[in-house]
Design a protein around this ligand. Structure first.
Ligand code: FO1
Length: 312
């Protein structure tokens, strides 16, 4: 008799997680595993009169096979007609590079939200129109905004990272609206079995999801496996080291393990990590497994997914 696939909550970020999402889709048996991808909403913001959700879109485009994977965001081979006319009208270059197809997604999402759908329903409509059968859910339907405290004042993550290219000194990070946020329905239902946390910026992509009230309690009772976003002292992508330093955390797999130590059961770190790092992680009460987490080809993808499946 065919068995029902096991649901796995996959807590994802943006660019750093997309290779792992495509690996899971290529190499996990569909009859055994049903991932539900949970997207960070802290990066969401309003621009050009539309609601842009970078991490939801990165997951959506990855699953639809249309992500511009060399950049890590946006639609492959997208045109730039909107941006060039917009910049011409404003007589200044635009700092947020939204392609035409990408803009269409945000326009459609904004229309649906204005018609009264939740962000979760809107995400579901977009993914089904793009032929995706997997469930993608925002962590919450409520507004949560990642704000960076900097030497130039408090600002939205997109202002810090894209407009100012991450240049100001970061001194802290806050998730505006988090206390009142409720987890989205699919997020809660994805936490019933094992949970996988993909490599992503721990403070700006994972913690805005995990800090939603009630989530850490759930995670404490789940089998939570995470993949480190650090290779030694270097992050896979993005401003992770800046934010880790700002929060007084070590810029390493150990620093991330410490941040997740309240609920993390198993941590996958790269095979290049030394035993002093893995021992320190084990001392936090976390099982630490060294394996190749650098995805460079199909062989690496298959091997890492095999290891994940073995653990969850
Ligand atoms: N990141 C950039 O560094 N520059 C951009 O111009 C840019 C445009 C962009 C458009 C749509 C989208 O979904 C994402 C986009 N990103 C861009 C990536 C993104 O805003 C950030 O890297 C993440 O939010 C940080 O996790």
């Amino acid at each position: 008799m065919p068995s029902t696939p096991r649901t796995i909550g996959v807590i994802s970020g943006g660019s750093g997680s997309s290779k792992f999402i495509s690996a899971i889709e290529s190499y996990s048996p569909k009859d055994q595993i049903e991932p539900i991808y949970i997207a960070n909403v802290g990066d969401n913001f309003w621009r050009f009169g539309v609601y842009i959700c970078p991490d939801i879109d990165i997951i959506t485009f990855t699953l639809a096979g249309i992500l511009n994977s060399s950049r890590g965001w946006g639609v492959l081979n997208d045109s730039r007609n909107f941006l060039s006319m917009y910049s011409r009208l404003r007589k200044e270059p635009e700092w947020f590079s939204l392609g035409d197809a990408d803009l269409a997604v945000s326009v459609y999402r904004t229309e649906m939200l204005r018609a009264g759908l939740t962000l979760e329903e809107t995400t579901e409509r977009i993914s089904s129109s793009l032929g995706i059968s997997r469930r993608i859910a925002p962590a919450t339907n409520d507004d949560v905004e990642t704000q960076i405290l900097t030497s130039e004042g408090k600002m939205h993550l997109q202002d810090f990272w894209v407009r100012l290219r991450g240049e100001p000194e970061a001194t802290g990070i806050e998730y505006l609206g988090i206390e009142a946020a409720k987890p989205a329905y699919s997020f809660l239902s994805s936490l019933s079995g094992s949970v996988l946390i993909l490599p992503a910026n721990p403070l700006s992509s994972i913690m805005p999801t995990i800090s939603i009230p009630g989530i850490t309690d759930k995670l404490r009772n789940s089998k939570v496996v995470a993949i480190s976003p650090f290779l030694g002292g270097a992050a896979f992508s993005g401003p992770a080291p800046k934010f880790m330093r700002a929060q007084g955390l070590e810029c390493s797999s150990y620093g991330v393990a410490k941040l997740y130590s309240d609920f993390l059961k198993i941590f996958l770190v790269d095979s290049s990590e030394d035993s002093s790092t893995t021992n320190k992680i084990k001392d936090l009460g976390i099982e630490c497994i060294r394996t190749n987490i650098k995805i460079e080809n199909e062989f690496d993808k298959e091997a890492v997914v095999k290891e994940i499946l073995r653990l969850i």
